[in-house]
Design a protein around this ligand. Structure first.
Ligand code: AP5
Length: 292
């Protein structure tokens, strides 16, 4: 047993905060309140004078009550408060050009989550000419979903990094089918929240064809809605699948798969009107993340 004063910073009292995707769980701890004037069985109060950390339980405590991953440990006669504020795990989904990447930039800046974009991982694999990239290319060129055999391992590996576990993650564009959702569920990977950006189809094609990317900073622009500074225009690039024809197919593919994915996360889903200024969309997302 280790004792900490009430003034001990949480980070010091619970140094081994670790997120785990593989079903083992975040490390939980039991903070059992004891009063200096009463026996250890005293009921916990918010003004507790000291904590006794049941370190042997090897579990973690943080700011919020949470029983997502593991049952509350038994406290052998004492009332235990299981508190958890593990790293945040966010999924963001939506049609092509619904604003996932744009919102991810803002979320990463504010919350420091590790951004894992399935599309970016695939484009990097195509560029590097890996076997998965070579296989994915023809599907991406058409705007079709690439086979699970290409994308699932990439995403699972990206989530299985110390940074993603410690800082939390923001998974963008994955899963896009029921089988992809099942594949990560088998690895114990579950989000805390599933954000679905909703934008009418007629707006999406215009967003796709006007999109430009800055290869130096990775920033996303739109020639009308989010114009780039004049001095970088010449270096901007356009994605090869950002044509009207390919956008129409990507949209069709999205509509034929989205319900199956939403069905997997119905209890965690937040539908967000993405047809507003990006700052308004972001404000709503912040409200959701802040409450997690
Ligand atoms: P991916 O790269 O994920 O493309 P996508 O899903 O089609 O989404 P986009 O990146 O096009 O759009 P976005 O929602 O990020 O919008 P953005 O913020 O850039 O996937 C590409 C391909 O890879 C797929 O087609 C598939 O082949 C393959 N793939 C990927 N994941 C896969 C998976 N899991 N399984 C199988 N295959 C997979 O915004 C778009 C534009 O709109 C920008 O110009 C932006 O400035 C502008 N904009 C953003 N927000 C607003 C706003 N609020 N108002 C006005 N304009 C805005």
């Amino acid at each position: 047993m280790r004792s900490f004063s009430a003034k001990t910073p949480l980070a010091e009292a619970f140094p081994a905060i670790e997120n785990c995707h593989r079903g083992v769980t975040v490390i939980h701890a039991v903070a059992i309140a004891t009063s200096p004037h009463s026996p250890a069985r005293a009921a916990p109060t918010p003004t507790m004078a000291s904590f006794t950390l049941a370190a042997s339980a090897a579990q973690f405590a943080g700011a919020k009550l949470d029983s997502r991953r593991a049952p509350a440990p038994r406290a052998q006669g004492r009332r235990a408060v299981t508190v958890c504020a593990g790293p945040k795990r966010v999924m963001i989904a939506g049609a092509p050009a619904s604003g996932k990447g744009t919102q991810c930039e803002l979320i990463v800046e504010k919350y420091g989550l590790v951004h894992i974009s399935a599309g970016d991982l695939l484009r990097a694999a195509v560029k590097e000419g890996t076997p998965a990239g070579l296989e994915a290319k023809e599907y991406m060129d058409r705007g079709d979903l690439v086979p699970d055999s290409c994308v699932v391992t990439m995403v699972v590996d990206a989530l299985d990094t110390p940074a993603a576990k410690e800082k939390g993650w923001l998974l963008d564009g994955y899963p896009r089918s029921a089988s992809q959702a099942d594949a990560i569920a088998k690895e114990g990977i579950e989000p805390d929240t599933f954000l679905l950006l909703d934008v009418p189809d007629d707006k999406l094609v215009e967003r796709v064809v006007g999109r430009r990317l800055d290869p130096e900073t990775g920033k996303i622009y739109h020639m009308t809605f989010s114009p780039p500074p004049a001095d970088i225009v010449d270096r901007l690039t356009q994605r090869s699948d950002d044509t009207e024809e390919k956008a129409m197919n990507r949209l069709k593919v999205h509509h034929s798969n989205v319900d199956a994915v939403v069905g997997k996360y119905a209890d965690k889903m937040k539908n967000i009107d993405g047809d507003r200024a990006k700052t308004e969309v972001f404000a709503e997302i912040c409200g959701i993340i802040d409450e997690m």
